[in-house]
Design a binder for this molecule. Structure first.
Ligand SMILES: Cc1ncc(COP(=O)(O)O)c(C=O)c1O
Length: 917
């Protein structure tokens, strides 16, 4: 093989659409080099034969155009080769082949094509028809494939709502690889009689197939393949073609992953129609479809909402520009009606209900609630519906404020657990499982396990820490079999559509646990561990052991919220609350109350439609879009960390920097570490306590002399680059399904420009400039304040609390602030603060104090303020601190008011004091 091929990243870990495009661009470059005499033909040919292996998994350019390319090269026609390679590459890049029949022809437009090889009826329909590909796994020899494809194409009718091309493969391995690599697939037809091994023995395939479990190799039945493919891409419709015992197969519960089973000798038109119907089912957006119809109807409105139909806008001289800006459809689709197919979000019975059912299926849940006030509201709804006053919740203190407020509303008592600190970047990671288990064991020791109802965690965190969701739930359930889990996946909704990330989502893990519970072998596994642990294992042993719950006893009760708008094509505030709870019937009424409490009685139609459409998109193209978002993130990481100029001042933190080694048990270092392949990365995703979401990139800017807020401002004002979160010395970059390679190029360009400016400034500025720069970097990177842990609630708010755990009645703390007489203000710089810290009485916060950044509450209502919190606040150099007024000072509950509330004095709880120490 040509040595230059080694440079191609054929084993690129998450090879997505971009990697394929790169391969084609490389091929064009090789053709160009051959054509202008700077390289010989062999380079081109070697690249082409390498590329041809994975191109078999795609319908376009297909065997006909690839053969032509090979032939042209073989005949020494360098110019013709370059022209054809360029044309194919352009068609792939612009995706024009999906609509344009000419792209499939050997000849340029206008020349006579080869009609039998062109997909018939391409471009014949009046409107643009969505295009997809159908994988056909078959046992017939490869020489017959062109004939089989031609048969499939003959089934097309101009009235078909979609158009698809068949892609044929002949083995288990090829079917697996095609499912991974071809993002255009929407359906798979599995005929019996295929082989296991691929025809090719290429390294690129081996890296893919190595990620299949060993059990896959032993069973090559069509049903086994269906299970493997469903696990990789659950959104695909699978069809099984069998020529024996179809009735028996259909009755097999294992066949539930298959949409339909056909007897192979029957009419394939039925199969064709079934494929179209399957895609149509995902394509349908019940609410949005009806909203569009509604907007077309002539309707006189005699209800509120004058903006509906837009007449008040378009007739006005003064606000007409708004109408022109948004276009008439927005106003035609505005309505406060809940009839005429529009349904009621508060009590859906029609199209919203149907849309929600589709979303539940797409995300692997039993039920879903559409929410139009963001995940801030979804979280409050879940907390309110699932918890009653006095219930204890184990919750990450660093979670989004909606959880804290949810507990204020519900009267539940937060038992705060701390995430591991990342002090040098002024941020928190995620909560170690050991800490959560310890909290449960502490409650157990005091016979108070019955009080804890929920574990409430953020997955992934703002900065990208992903929990081992399955492990957390299993180990917690091993200590208490009845627990509810609320996973705030505000940022992580897209993860459902990545086979790598899905098992680490709440719904993905819940489905895996459910499968495990249904597996008869699980009981034996549990019993073995129980025997090993003995009758009364110590806490120490329980903390060290990877605990297995009793599959017969546990109740699987999992909730997940996601901000659909944060990672999918939904309008801002679109959010979903997913339910997978065997006991949902016992809380369903409470959920309705929560909906009534929080949902507006005038929910926005466009937001509901946006949720419906976001679901459709993710089910039909989410797999490719998410792969692209991940690829973009890798490209940014790679560019920043390897560019000599940029990496002098900036760094994108890898998994090794974001997740301490003790939580990367598999030994995984980072996605971009040399030698990382699918196997090592998958092992990490399976085993490690925490992983890093590759799409969330912490870019350290303190080393360039910028604090996070300052750098965010520069990027926004000078370069039009927007980002969200900052820390003292970093900013968070995020890739999503919207990003393109051009965005990467722009970002890299900008970073290079800024790095260049710093470099020049330092070179020209002399000693003083350099010293000032170094001092600034030191102050940002090393003089970082310690992050303050949650101290404890004042005893006035710990009425019935135990002695080993820190839960408290946050609601009473919150309402203490309503008693103006019972509160006082002391300014941060006032020596009175220091005096009280030293001699008492204790300083007790009357409200939440949340500085941005870092964005977590350094004080919650009723919390005793400690020296470390004050030190942290005094060192903070951020301007935005919610709940703190610099002029008035800290709002505190007066000692007299605390005394009136009663509660034990600290001296009365020596154990707690010891625990706090
Ligand atoms: C972890 C987390 N949960 C919930 C939310 C709130 O989501 P929304 O903006 O959709 O209300 C956020 C917002 O940033 C968040 O970071």
């Amino acid at each position: 093989m040509d040595a230059r091929i080694q440079h191609r990243r054929i084993d690129k870990f998450f090879s997505g659409p971009g990697a394929r495009a790169d391969d084609w661009r490389d091929l064009v470059e090789a053709a160009r080099a051959w054509s202008d005499g700077t390289a010989d033909r062999s380079w081109f040919e070697a690249l082409l034969s390498e590329l041809a292996i994975t191109e078999e998994y795609h319908a376009y350019p297909g065997s006909h155009l690839l053969a032509a390319l090979k032939e042209k090269a073989g005949s020494g026609d360098a110019a013709g080769t370059l022209a054809l390679a360029t044309r194919i590459t352009n068609a792939l890049q612009t995706r024009s082949f999906r609509q344009h029949g000419g792209d499939w022809s050997l000849h340029e437009e206008g020349e006579a094509g080869l009609p039998d090889l062109l997909p018939p009826s391409f471009g014949q329909a009046d409107t643009r028809r969505p295009y997809f590909e159908t994988l056909i796994v078959t046992g017939v020899p490869a020489t017959s494939w062109p004939g089989v494809s031609a048969e499939w194409r003959k089934l097309r009718r101009p009235i078909d709502p979609f158009i698809y091309e068949p892609v044929l493969v002949g083995s288990f391995e090829d079917a697996f690889c095609a499912t991974i690599l071809n993002h255009n697939l929407a359906a798979v037809v599995i005929n019996e009689g295929f082989s296991y091994r691929s025809r090719h023995d290429a390294p690129v395939l081996r890296t893919l197939t190595a990620s299949m479990g060993p059990q896959e190799v032993s069973d090559v039945s069509a049903l086994r393949l269906a299970h493997v493919l469903k696990r990789v891409r659950p959104e695909l419709d699978l069809y099984l073609m069998s020529n024996r015992d179809v009735e028996e197969m259909a009755g097999n519960p294992q066949a539930d992953v298959v949409r339909r089973i056909f007897y192979s000798v029957e009419e394939i038109l039925e199969l064709h129609l079934a494929i179209l119907e399957g895609v149509q089912e995902r394509y349908e957006t019940p609410f949005f479809d009806n909203l569009k119809k509604y907007a077309q109807r002539p309707i006189g409105t005699f209800h509120a909402l004058p903006i509906a139909r837009g007449k008040s806008v378009f007739k006005s001289d003064w606000i007409r520009d708004m109408g022109e800006f948004y276009g008439p459809n927005l106003f035609l689709a505005e309505s406060s009606a809940t009839t005429g197919g529009l349904d009621s979000l508060l009590e859906p019975t029609g199209n919203i209900k149907k849309a929600q059912e589709k979303a539940a299926r797409a995300f692997g849940a039993d039920h879903v609630f559409f929410v139009t006030n963001g995940t801030s509201t979804s979280n409050k709804m879940a907390v309110q519906a699932l918890l009653a006053p006095g219930d204890i919740v184990i919750v990450d203190r660093n979670c989004h404020k909606s959880h804290h407020y949810g507990m204020v509303l519900s009267g539940a008592q937060p038992l705060y657990v701390e995430a591991f600190p990342m002090t040098e970047y002024s941020m928190y990671g995620a909560v170690p499982l050991r800490t959560i288990k310890q909290a449960l064991l502490n409650l157990k020791a005091e016979n108070r396990l019955n009080r804890v109802k929920m574990v409430d965690l953020t997955n992934c965190t703002f900065d990208g820490h992903i929990y081992n969701v399955r492990r957390v739930m299993e180990e917690c359930l091993a200590i208490k079999p009845y627990l509810i889990f609320l996973w705030d996946e505000a940022w992580f909704g897209f993860a459902r559509f990545s086979p790598f990330l899905r098992p680490r989502t709440a719904m993905g893990a819940a489905n895996d646990i459910e499968d495990w519970m249904n597996d008869p072998k699980s009981v034996a596994v549990y019993e073995r561990q129980r025997a090993e642990l003995g009758a009364s294992p110590t806490d120490d042993i329980l903390l060290k052991t990877r605990l297995i719950p009793d599959p017969r006893k546990i109740r699987l009760r999992v909730y997940q919220t996601n901000s659909t708008h944060k990672s999918m094509s939904s309008l801002r505030q679109g959010s979903m609350l997913f339910v997978k709870d065997v006991d949902f019937h016992t809380v369903e009424a409470q959920f309705h109350e929560a909906v009534f409490t929080h949902a507006s009685t005038s929910p926005n139609q466009q937001l509901i439609a946006g949720l419906d459409v976001a679901r459709r998109q993710m089910e039909l193209e989410g797999y490719g879009l998410v792969a692209n978002a991940m690829e973009i993130a890798f490209a940014i990481r790679q560019a920043v960390n390897t560019n000599p100029l940029i990496s002098k001042y900036f760094r994108a933190l890898g998994a090794d920097k974001m997740v301490p080694a003790q939580y990367r048990e598999s030994g995984f270092v980072d996605y971009l570490e040399p030698g990382v392949n699918w196997v090592t990365a998958l092992r990490s995703l399976k085993e490690d306590e925490f992983c890093l979401d590759p799409t969330r990139m912490t870019l350290v800017c303190g080393t360039a002399g910028f604090d996070g807020t300052q750098f965010k401002g520069i990027l926004a004002s000078r370069y039009g680059i927007q980002l969200n979160k900052t820390s003292r010395n970093s900013v968070l970059l995020q890739s999503n399904i919207n990003n393109t390679r051009s965005d990467v190029a722009h970002l890299v360009r900008v970073l290079a420009e800024i790095a260049g400016e710093i470099d020049r400034g330092l070179k020209q500025g002399g000693d003083n400039t350099r010293k000032a720069f170094e001092a600034r970097v030191k102050s940002l990177m090393t003089d970082v304040p310690d992050l303050p842990n949650f101290s404890h609630f004042h005893d006035a708010f710990r009425g019935d609390a135990g002695t080993r755990t820190n839960e408290g009645d946050i609601r009473s703390g919150f309402y203490a602030a309503y008693d103006a007489e019972g509160c006082e203000y002391i300014r941060l710089a006032d020596p009175e603060i220091d005096r009280r810290l030293k001699n008492g009485p204790e300083l007790v916060s009357a409200n939440f104090v949340i500085p941005y950044p870092p964005g977590f509450p350094i004080m919650v209502p009723g919390q005793v303020i400690t020296q470390e919190t004050i030190d942290f606040m005094r060192k903070l150099d951020v301007k935005e601190i919610h709940g703190y007024d610099a002029v008035e000072g800290l709002k505190l509950v007066r000692p007299e008011a605390l005394a009136r509330k009663g509660g034990r004095q600290p001296a009365a709880t020596p154990k707690l004091k010891a625990a706090r120490a």
